[in-house]
Design a protein around this ligand. Structure first.
Ligand SMILES: [Mg+2]
Length: 423
């Protein structure tokens, strides 16, 4: 049997560990891009790699915020910015939801306590939970910062499973002070559905006896793997619940291999083994800021993002061969540019790639820019791609310099060396 463990409103639960007066209150964690890295006097910046698996981002910290009141969410003009990333069940009762603006959340729930995120503390807690689970379950896979899958086949009998997951949940609360919900079923996909029923702070097993009553009423969008496109295709043929989906085997099989796979997963007939060595496949950095028109200032910020990202790439000891830049504009316009190059990686070259990608991606020159994100992927260790020898001789000369600059950064902070374009 597989189990799925999910921390209940993780960021709020973490805040409650630090401040118990937040228990039983309407609390939310607000998210606002940390734009401190763009400040000209930014100092002592570090990169946090602890527990940064495939799905857990690497955090770039400008410095720890000591004050975490609502003031943190005001911009230079005093306007409240940012969105809710997590809310307590007490806040959800007022309609507060993830991705809602902080302003709207305060309108719905005026007594809402909004706290700033504390990324390094979340990473620490996530890491502790991962270690705890590895001690108590044979196979553990981390799926995100607050979600884990485990395989307990041959370890816990089906009969003992309900009490096993219930005890596990109470032990996690006792040891780590974290409330989690745990679902169990034959496959990981159904176990995740079981967690829905367990929340908050509960446990639930879906087996052959309650399979139909648990799975059939769920909306198709609840099922992991049924994305927006598939939802639209299913809605177009009047399939809105998993029960309806299960009734249309022939139709799903005719919709192609992916729909067929979804059908099998929903029926608990297809599974993916627990993978204990999930490796990072890509890495990125992004920032949202107050609308900005000046392209020179945008470019200066791109230099800073590139400097942070290339430091992380060097730390990971990987050679990325695909690069993407996404630009978010005002009025919800977006554009992006991707680029592949199988050559050695070093910071100076990465800066040039980023500048070039920006010029190619910047399609709406009359609009203000509000978001930049840069991603690198297709590391050479994972792909069959071989490095091109085109610029090899030139590149290899740059490596010692690159190594030296990254060593300096590891020692003195990310801001110790800056490129011309940033000044
Ligand atoms: Mg969660």
């Amino acid at each position: 049997m597989k189990i799925h463990i999910d921390i209940d409103c993780f960021f709020v639960s973490a805040a409650r560990i630090l401040d118990s007066s937040l228990e039983h209150k309407a609390v939310a964690i607000g998210g606002r891009s940390d734009t401190k890295i763009f400040e000209k006097d930014a100092r002592n910046q570090t990169v946090d790699f602890k527990n940064s698996g495939n799905f857990v981002p690497i955090f770039y910290k400008a410095y720890e915020k000591k004050d975490d009141t609502l003031q943190n969410f005001r911009d230079e003009k005093g306007q409240l910015r940012g969105v809710i990333t997590t809310s307590s069940y007490e806040a959800r009762a007022y309609g507060v939801k993830t991705a809602m603006s902080i302003q709207e959340a305060l309108f719905l729930c005026p007594q809402l306590i909004v706290k700033s995120p504390n990324m390094s503390f979340y990473q620490e807690l996530s890491h502790k939970l991962h270690l705890f689970l590895m001690k108590h379950i044979p196979l553990v896979e981390q799926a995100s910062i607050d979600e884990f899958y485990g395989d307990v086949s041959g370890w816990v009998s089906d009969k003992e499973l309900p009490s096993f997951i219930d005890e596990l949940r109470h032990n996690i609360k006792k040891e780590l002070k974290l409330p989690v919900s745990i679902g169990a079923a034959k496959t990981r996909y159904i176990a995740k559905m079981a967690t829905n029923y367990a929340k908050p702070f509960g446990s639930k097993v879906i087996d052959t006896y309650n399979f139909d009553e648990c799975i059939n009423p769920l909306k198709v969008e609840k099922f992991t793997g049924i994305g927006k496109k598939m939802q639209q295709r299913l809605h177009a043929v009047q399939i809105t619940t998993l029960g309806e989906l299960r009734k249309h085997k022939g139709m799903l099989y005719a919709m192609g291999p992916y729909a067929k796979e979804i059908y099998k997963r929903v029926n608990g007939e297809s599974d993916t083994p627990i993978n204990i060595h999930v490796r990072r496949k890509s890495i990125g950095i992004s920032r949202t800021f107050t609308p900005l028109y000046q392209r020179n200032e945008v470019l200066r910020r791109i230099h800073i993002l590139a400097r942070h990202l290339s430091f992380a790439v060097s730390k990971l000891r990987v050679i990325p061969t695909s690069f993407q830049m996404h630009i978010g504009y005002e009025m919800q316009q977006k554009s992006h540019f991707s680029f592949s190059q199988a050559e050695l990686f070093y910071e100076k070259k990465f800066h040039d790639i980023c500048v070039e990608m920006f010029h190619k991606a910047d399609k709406y020159k009359r609009l203000h820019i509000i978001r930049i994100s840069i991603h690198c992927g297709h590391f050479t260790r994972d792909s069959k791609r071989e490095l091109s020898l085109l610029n090899f001789n030139e590149d290899i000369k740059m490596l010692p310099l690159n190594q030296l600059s990254q060593q300096l950064r590891a020692k003195y902070g990310l801001d110790i060396l800056k490129w011309g374009g940033e000044l």
